[in-house]
Write a protein that binds this ligand. Structure first.
Ligand SMILES: Cc1cc2nc3c(=O)[nH]c(=O)nc-3n(C[C@H](O)[C@H](O)[C@H](O)COP(=O)(O)O)c2cc1C
Length: 317
């Protein structure tokens, strides 16, 4: 019953493709658990990004069920005694799928992180509005930095974080462990999913670990559309929500023919993260930063097969 939904769940994005999730199925319920062993100890010591990834997996699950005519109720962090139980998804009867749900369910298998240069072609207002409503539908928000006046300070924090991380041996070692993998690797980021080294300065800086030095240097777009995913509250619950909002934005963008990638550097060093929090104070809690635009599709990355991350629970009696 959950095969297709679980196959969709594991297509969610996760930091360095760590896939920090496990699923437990019991009767008509699927639980999404955070897998502590796959949380990045240096870049993500509190499991914040891992919770975003689990939220994205939960949304994929829900959308896949809905596209197959199954209604589902989702509860986030339902048990204070089990902080790693991120979401519980319970079947709730039948409901005819909408065209949007079917489109998004299909986009799950095409969405990927595109680290290549994008075209200098603006995202039209109607599409920007569609991505905004996608975030709102999941209880989050997307703020476009060109519209809010926070573009320049955020871009500068991305560069500051990048410089701090380049000087941090532990950070570099962790990134090196998860990147430059072979194309068929079931986790981590393969070299084919990296981008060419940038030719000349630009707003976007790829992480050094995501540069493919085998490719000739290329110029990146000058002013990519940058969107910050925000929630009103902070803390673990807000992080899972933000992951769901982020994923609905990414799927909507994919369905609209857009390419997307992430700029997480400033969230991963304490100093730049505090500066980000201050910069957005009053607007909401920032969780992640998305780069959105038009580009040519790149390669999908691997995933561990569902059976490796799934347990069936049978209750006696
Ligand atoms: C919370 C989060 C943060 C991420 N941060 C970055 C980042 O800073 N740079 C980057 O290139 N990719 C980033 N990614 C993308 C992952 O590397 C990507 O999702 C993973 O490698 C799987 O590949 P796919 O998205 O193409 O399926 C992030 C993903 C998530 C969920």
């Amino acid at each position: 019953m959950f095969d297709q939904a679980l196959a969709s769940a594991v297509r969610a994005p996760s930091p360095h493709n760590t896939q920090p999730w496990r699923f437990v199925v019991e009767h008509e319920v699927v639980e999404v658990w955070l897998d502590r062993e796959r949380v990045l100890g240096v870049a993500d010591p509190h499991g914040r990004e891992a919770r975003l990834a689990c939220g994205a997996a939960a949304l994929n699950l829900q959308i896949s069920l809905r596209a197959n005519g199954l209604a589902a109720v989702v509860r986030l962090l339902p048990d204070p005694a089990e902080p790693d139980l991120v979401a519980v998804i319970r079947l709730d009867g039948n409901e005819k799928a909408t065209a949007v749900e079917r489109r998004l369910a299909e986009a799950v298998f095409r969405r990927h992180t595109n680290r290549r240069p994008l075209l200098d072609k603006a995202v039209p207002p109607v599409v920007r509005a569609a991505l905004k409503s996608a975030a709102l539908q999941e209880g989050g928000q997307i703020e476009y930095l060109d519209a809010s006046g926070r573009y320049t300070p955020v871009a500068s924090l991305v560069r500051q974080a990048e410089a701090l991380q380049a000087d941090d041996d532990e950070f570099r070692a962790e990134a090196a462990f998860w990147t430059h993998r072979e194309p068929e690797s079931p986790d981590g980021v393969p070299k084919v999913a990296s981008g060419p080294p940038p030719h000349g300065p630009g707003v976007v800086s790829l992480r050094a670990s995501h540069e493919n030095q085998d490719l000739p240097a290329r110029e990146y777009e000058q002013e990519p559309l940058l969107g910050a995913v925000l929630t009103r509250d902070r803390g673990p619950h807000a992080e899972v929500r933000a992951g769901m909002a982020m994923q609905r934005v990414l799927l909507t963008a994919t369905a609209e023919g857009l390419a997307t990638s992430f700029l997480s550097q400033p969230f991963e060093t304490p100093r730049t993260r505090e500066a980000l929090d201050r910069l957005f104070s009053g607007a909401g809690q920032p969780h992640t930063l998305l780069r959105i635009g038009y580009g040519y599709p790149t390669r999908l990355t691997g995933r561990r097969p569902v059976h490796e991350v799934l347990t069936h629970r049978t209750t006696a009696g």
